[in-house]
Design a protein around this ligand. Sequence first.
Ligand code: B12
Length: 261
Amino acid sequence: MLSASELKEQVKAIGADLVGIAGVDSPLLREHGEEPEKLLPGARSLISIGVALNKAAVCSGNLRLDRYDTICVYERLNHISLETIRILARQGAGAISVSPYLPIDMRGESKGMRGEINHKTVAAIAGLGGIGLNLLLITPEFGPFVRLGTIITDAALSADQPLSENPCDLCGLCQNACPAKAIREDGTLDYSTCASYLLRNGLPGIIAIARKMIGADEKVVKGIIYSPDFWDIWQSTVSGSFYSCSECISACPIGFDKSSD
Ligand code: B12
């Protein structure tokens, strides 16, 4: 079996910017309600993967550039996950990867607000970064400009340690930048306020349009279906990214070599 450091090297070689390992026996995992063995019986390790976003795209103020970057990064994450599973399979180990965002359980109590595994929690335990005031994983290298994935495996790999210091210095820029004012003073996130704003071109937008259409006359319906908002929703749905805000990422000054800023 490959050692943890050999595996990490191989995962980096296929395109990951950050890789860390958490053990299923980590008490922090339990504290945060994660149960990887329910997803893969016999699970022993979790491999946390980070792929950096293009800061210029996220900070461009142009949602189309921002979304396209996210689509590309998710594609890379999907590719790395699949390849990592194959590397592990060649070593005789079983593995499963958890989607970076969708599909997600819409039926349980959480109604689409909880992933099969919380990638941020796994990444924090695997030493990739700390949870910031914006409730995102803040890495020393890329701040919050990083998308995450997790692979659960039955291979026993030696685990990394969480960072001893959280890179977030609680400057408050993310809180001030949030257009929906969803990051509360107590440092928690108002999920539904964030989601209604963030997903206005996703499911909440579709629901709002459907409601306007119910019982409306032909002229109103025509006005809706020929509006740019409706076409934006169509584009989001077919292109695979419907996120309409990244302000809590772009406001963060942490990460990237300051001299290259
Ligand atoms: C549901 C979801 C949402 C929901 C709920 C948000 C949320 N905070 O969970 C909504 C729609 C609102 C949302 C919004 C956004 N999301 Co989102 N979302 C997810 C998703 C699919 C599941 C998250 C989940 O399970 N949450 C459950 C709740 C209970 O967890 P939580 O709020 O994070 O709180 C836990 C942790 O913070 C943890 N914790 C706190 N402190 C510490 C300290 C330590 C040491 C540890 C171990 C744990 C820990 O404890 C809390 C309770 O368990 C993940 C993908 C995934 N499967 O992980 C992406 C994900 C979290 N989203 C992401 C992003 C980028 C966004 C947005 C910026 C939108 C965008 N442009 O993409 C916003 C940011 C909102 C914000 N400031 O948090 C990224 C985050 C990347 C990063 N660097 O952190 C993820 C990981 C997607 C990805 N694959 O990269 N999202």
